[in-house]
Structures are given as structure tokens and as C-alpha cells.
Ligand binder design. Sequence first.
Ligand code: CA
Length: 457
Amino acid sequence: MSGFFNQVSRRKFIVTAVASGSAVFLKGCLGNPPEPGGTSTTSSVQPVVNISPEQKPETTKAKLGYIPIVESAPLIIALEKGFFKKHGMSDVELSKQASWGSARDNVEIGSAGGGIDGGQWQMPMPHLITEGKITKGNKPIPMYVLAQLVTHGNAIAIANKHLGKGISLKLDTAKPLFAQLKASTPFTAAFTFPHVNQDLWIRYWLSASGIDPDTDVKLLTVPAAQTVANMKTGTMDAFSTGDPWPFRLVNDKIGFMAALTAEIWKNHPEEYFAMRGDWVDQNPKATKALLKGIMEAQQWLDNFNNRKEAAEILAAKKYFGLSSPAVLADPFQGKYDMGDGRKIDDKSMAAYYWKDGKGSVSYPYQSHDLWFITENVRWGFLPKDYIANGAAKAKELIKKVNREDIWKEAAKELGIPAADIPTNTSRGVEEFFDGVKFDPEKPEEYLKSLKIKKVSI
Ligand code: CA
């Protein structure tokens, strides 16, 4: 199924800065400095391996940005449990980012300018930064996607004032409510950065039930903490982000969860580890050392016996700053109190970091990059020429940004069994909760099959 991906050559991609369309992206505060970051405080439990001269990293330093949600766990665990150090990366600094806009600004300037070398990203941020679509002056800054961090662990939360009105995974009985609100103050939903995961999850969920996210509701970018305040005061109806936020809303009796992303698309791609391309090109061995640390952290996290300890490490003030790790502990076991009487107790719905019900989580499938780009075309965020002619333009961009080849090299050096190293850059046909299928060989057909979309195709 990866035939087409493999045929696309890695020839130099000509990046064209497109001025039009970039203005709709909301920019974070420019020059927003990263918060002072964590270097490991817990005693390392991993012995430092005897690194061969061929694998010795060019540098021991890297500065990685993260957002305090469960997606960042592999980075934090790799630091705190000594997995980075084990592979020679003894000076990794994690830098908590105030917002996704700050993360984007900080990777633009790089660690040499006081920013970051890479870290955690929603998709397709690395592709949009590479294309200069969301950077200052539309400057293209090449980035490489190196691993997926996590699947699941995200939800769509709804303000409690809408309890009992039929807002759930499916919205059939809630449609009159949406129509009624549209006539006065439209249903308002927030995400933390436009055109990426959470925006796309809300849009998919609404449109699957026949609600047009561009005309029937109001969608906007709001920082997580502000959204919670707005939900309390009743000015915000919905919010999508990663744990622990959705369950915190339930716990604090501010909202309930309409849907887990695990219900919208089981074993879906979520957030990724990506670095500046120039950093990777200068430090190929250090890149693989970082990947090895992350892969070991992901395996450690998928041992459910470690999840109590993981919740305690993540809840600490310098990371998520939670009053109690309990708010993470249940979701980590696949236990979700949805807040509307619905309870999920199913381990297959928990966040997974290394392997899930479909195979590798950590390996960055190029077919998933293509879905994120196809959704950007669907909603008019990217021009449709990305998807025309068998998606040649999208696939060429993906081939340049998605460095699954480096993931595989690192996995082999780490001694990962061959059975856990995918041989295909495509995970194949994907299926969503509404029965819609995405065949990565035919993204144009997928767009044609969708009733609600902005692009005319
Ligand atoms: Ca997320």
C-alpha cells in the first residue's frame, strides 16, 4: 500500500512561501521566552550504556519544548528516568511552552537564539513550519518528524449547561439545539492552535453529524486555562485538548466529555516528536540517541504497572502542576468518567505510547501525515493542489519532512525486534466512527466522499 510513497523521490523540494492564507493563522506573542526548564531531579535509574564510537552523539545537549499534556510524557519520562542520559544525551533540557504559538516562535529562533531545537508538535505543524505557512514572514524552516509520541488521550469537553441535551459522540438528537443556538449565539468551541489536531477533531466530530463547522458554529483559538474560565462563566460551549484537561473539567464539575478521540478514530495519530532539520543534519547520531531515549520511555510508559509512577512524575509542579496525580491515574488505565453518566472502563481506550491495537505507535507512518494534510485541504487551510494528481505535492512534502528512515535506524541500533519495526510507510485504510474510510492511496476520493467540506472537489 505504500507503493506511491516509496516512488516519490527525496529530490530537493522547492518551497514556495505563500503569502495568501497565512494571515488566518493566529500568531502567539513573538519572542515569548520559554519557561526555565527542567533538567532531571530524580536520580537516574538507567545505567549509562557503553556507547560505541560510531554511535557516540556529536553533542550531549538538546533543548526540547513541550506542552503540559499527556502527549509530552515520553520526553519527560526519558529525562526523569535517565533514558536520554543512558544513550549519551546527558544535557537535555525540557522547556515548558506557554502555548503552541510560543513553541512555534521558539523553534523558529532555535536554541542558539534562546529558543528550542524541537520537541512536541501537533500535526501538521512541522509541515506548515517547513512550508513557511505559519512562520514570521512566511520563512520556510525545514523540520523533520522523527516519531509519534502518543495515540488517544484527548477528548472533546462540553460545558455543563448542555448536560442532557444529546451532545455525545453522535449529535442526532442535539441538532435542533445547534440550529437554535445558531440563530442567537452560535455554539462556540475552542482549540489551542488552528488547523491542527484539536481543530481537526472538533471539525470531524461535528461534520460527521451534519453540522458544518464553518457555518453552524463558532470555532476559535483560546489558551487552555482561559477556556476553562470561559466554560465556568458560560461563554464557551466546548473545548478540545489532551489529558488531563478534559477529566479536570469533569472533576471540577465544569463540564462533561462528549467524546474521546479514541472513540472518533480508534488508534488515531496524535502528537509527534520533531526537530529542526538543520539540528538533525548537524547531529545525526545525537538525533538517534534522543530517539532511543524516547523509544525506551515509550516502552516504559506502556507497562501499566509504571503508570502510577508516571502520573506522579507528570503531576509535579515543574511539569503539569496538578494538585493531585489522581486526575491522570484513571485515564491512564482507560477509565473515563465522562461526566454525563457515561463511564468507560476499557484499557484499549487509554493513551498508548509504544504499541496499540493496530501496531506501532512510535513509528511515524507517512500515511498519517497525509491524512492531516488532506484535512487541511478539506477545510481550505491548504490549497487543493496538495491533493491533486494523486497527492503528488503532499507526498513530496511528507517525504521531505517525515524521516521514518531515521526512526528505523535508531530502532535497529536499540535492538528493537524486527516484528516491531514497520516495513511499510502506510498503515493502510483507516476507518472513523461514522463508517467513513480514508485510503491513503486515494485522498481525493476521501474528500469527494465527505458531505461537509470547504474545498470544492
Ligand atoms: Ca493533542
